[in-house]
Design a protein around this ligand. Sequence first.
Ligand code: ADP
Ligand code: MG
Length: 241
Amino acid sequence: ESVVPATLKASNLSKSFAGVKAVRDVSFEAPTGRITGLIGPNGAGKSTLVNLLTRAYQADTGSAHMGEVDLTRVSHHKVPGFGVSRSFQNLRLFSGLTAYENVLVAALAAGHDRKTAAAITLRELDAFDLGEVAGYRADGLPYGARKRLEIARALAQDPKILLLDEPAAGMNPSETDDLADRLIKVGKTRGIGVLLIDHDLRFVNRLSDWIVVMHQGGVIAQGTPEDVRANPKVIEAYIGK
Ligand code: ADP
Ligand code: MG
């Protein structure tokens, strides 16, 4: 099973909050079949950009397209139906439901019948090492498992592009490495695209085929991990604060 190639494209997106330009004139592409890293120091505008791409916020100017579809004309709750799903920097699980139920709800919401939804749920729980805790309430799981559950839930919506906002935040190094392996496997075997947002350079560098760097709301560099690592503007943005 592999998804139809498509590209999530941001064109000149901007967003201000009470005079603060959180995102300024940002353009980049995240195609299927590639892990695109989005890095930048805290406050760079990464989460705001995700909120613009998924229509949680309305852009002041610019547009976001998924393939031919103009997402700026789509309501927030319909965005996953166009192949764009996300996880949150702060967890948004149904805490009183089990791990199994959390994923099943997402698969059903994507329009699958019960039998298919159940099969997808088992696949995603297995892909993120949650099979043994499937029957546990989400709020009883260890933190790392809750982070993985949030990704499993986003994947159950059948995305062409998966947006992950700091999926490894708060994980220890071995949990982070394990998550990286699982994301590479899912991305490569299913052909989906991942937009991977993090301020942990090592994690993003290891996974990404292409990296976009934000600083103070704007894109200051993009390229291969090797190019970006050697870019003086990037080094200054990280060290010069
Ligand atoms: P990052 O995710 O890269 O750390 P954010 O997108 O969260 O950055 O924030 C970018 C800037 O926008 C920051 O200055 C932040 O304070 C501001 N900001 C983000 N969301 C809001 C909001 N809902 N209201 C007001 N200011 C916001
Ligand atoms: Mg953020």
